[in-house]
Structure formats: structure tokens, C-alpha cells
Design a protein around this ligand. Structure first.
Ligand SMILES: [Zn+2]
Length: 217
């Protein structure tokens, strides 16, 4: 995704989600921000065209595309969810990505690269967005042609997941999707990828691992 498009999408998500992006006090001109969401799947009919929400779902379904990556394959994370239920959801998502053997997500009590959490959607429980990831990246650094990430924060929207009766497994799939964005992956055009824009029943699969391997080669 080019930067101009990214800016457009960021604006879209900010408006749609009713969120304001406060300028960080430690404003760094080398950092840009981005936001990616997961569409909730209500019915089969809601599976339409890919919504322009940060998912430049282009190319082959066999390799999940990426726009960003971390500098190192070892990435620190912190689970900020207060409940044991969501700690378990995020813990499973971390384990699944670690099982790929490509990246090594390690917990930290200090400042983490990735923060994983849950909250209520500001759009209300019947919002079509069940997860969101905010990230920032350096605009003067690339690796394998990808922007280098500086920070990421992923959320599962509790009220939306409750409203649409997501099971714990389905919430874990959303968590895996958001963590995929936090690792730099974009949307996959195919439904057999956890990075399909409206994933619900799909977990991390072969195209996602291939995409990650390609990013972190
Ligand atoms: Zn997404």
C-alpha cells in the first residue's frame, strides 16, 4: 500500500471508528501510523467485496501479502487484557504464530513492541468491526521492501464479539488476524487465510505462514 493510500485509509478508519488520533507528545517525524480492522461476519450475505479498511488484498491467495515487518524476528509483546478469558485468547494467538517457527514472540514486562488487548468498540456492539490494530512504522527504513514497524497495538472488540455470539475459538481467530497485522501482514483475498478481511472461523494457515516467511526471509 502506498503512503498516500495509507493516509486515506487511516482517515477512513479513524472516522468510522469514532477514534481520534492524538498527536503523541514525543512526536517523531520518522514515524507514521496505520490502522487495520477485522470485519465481523454476521451472515454469509455480509461477505462482499473487500472493504478499504487497510486491507490491500491483492495478488495470490496462496501467499498472504505484507506491507511491513519488524526489524528482528524476535518481537516482544505484552497482554494488556485484564480478564483471564482474554489473556487466554491472546495467549493462544501468540502460541499459534510462534508455532510457525518464523517469528519469536516473547513476553516482556517492560515496553513491548506489540500490545494485545480487548475493549468495547466505540461504534457500539452492532458495529461491523470486531478487531482493530494500530501500528506505527519508520518512513525512512525498509527491509525486504517492507516498512519497518516501530509499535503495534491490537484489540478484540468485546461488545461486538458478544453481540454476534463469537465463540472463544472465533475470538481467538480474530486475535490471530489482528496479531497478523501487528506482524506486518495485510489482507489475503482468500477465505482460507486468517488474514481474510472478514475472518471468523479460519485460523492461521499455510498462506499466512508462507507470507510471514517471505517477509522475514
Ligand atoms: Zn484486517
Amino acid at each position: 500500500m502506498n503512503n498516500r493510500l495509507m493516509g486515506t485509509l487511516l482517515t477512513f478508519v479513524a472516522v468510522a471508528a469514532g477514534l481520534s488520533f492524538a498527536t503523541p507528545s514525543h512526536h517523531d517525524t520518522h514515524l507514521k501510523t496505520d490502522a487495520d480492522t477485522t470485519e465481523g461476519v454476521k451472515t454469509v450475505q455480509s461477505l462482499g467485496t473487500v472493504k478499504a479498511d487497510g486491507g490491500s488484498a491483492t495478488g495470490s491467495a496462496s501467499v498472504t501479502p505484507a506491507a511491513k515487518r519488524w526489524q528482528s524476528k524476535t518481537v516482544t509483546y505484552k497482554i494488556a487484557s485484564g480478564t483471564s478469558y482474554y489473556k487466554s485468547v491472546w495467549g493462544s494467538a501468540v502460541k499459534t504464530w510462534n508455532r510457525s517457527g518464523v517469528v519469536h514472540l516473547v513476553p516482556t514486562s517492560g515496553k513491548a513492541d506489540i500490545t494485545l488487548s480487548n475493549s468495547n468498540s466505540p461504534q457500539g456492539s452492532n458495529s461491523s468491526t470486531v478487531g482493530i490494530t494500530y501500528s506505527s512504522y519508520y518512513n525512512n527504513k525498509t527491509l525486504n521492501g517492507l516498512a519497518v514497524l516501530a509499535s503495534a497495538k491490537s484489540y478484540v472488540y468485546t461488545n461486538v464479539a458478544n453481540h454476534y455470539h463469537y465463540s472463544k475459538t472465533e475470538r481467538t481467530n480474530v486475535a490471530e488476524h489482528e496479531l497478523g497485522h501487528a506482524l506486518g501482514l495485510e489482507h489475503n483475498v482468500g477465505k482460507k487465510s486468517v488474514m481474510y478481511y472478514a475472518t471468523r472461523s479460519q485460523s492461521v494457515s499455510k498462506p499466512d505462514i508462507k507470507g510471514l516467511q517471505h517477509s522475514y526471509r
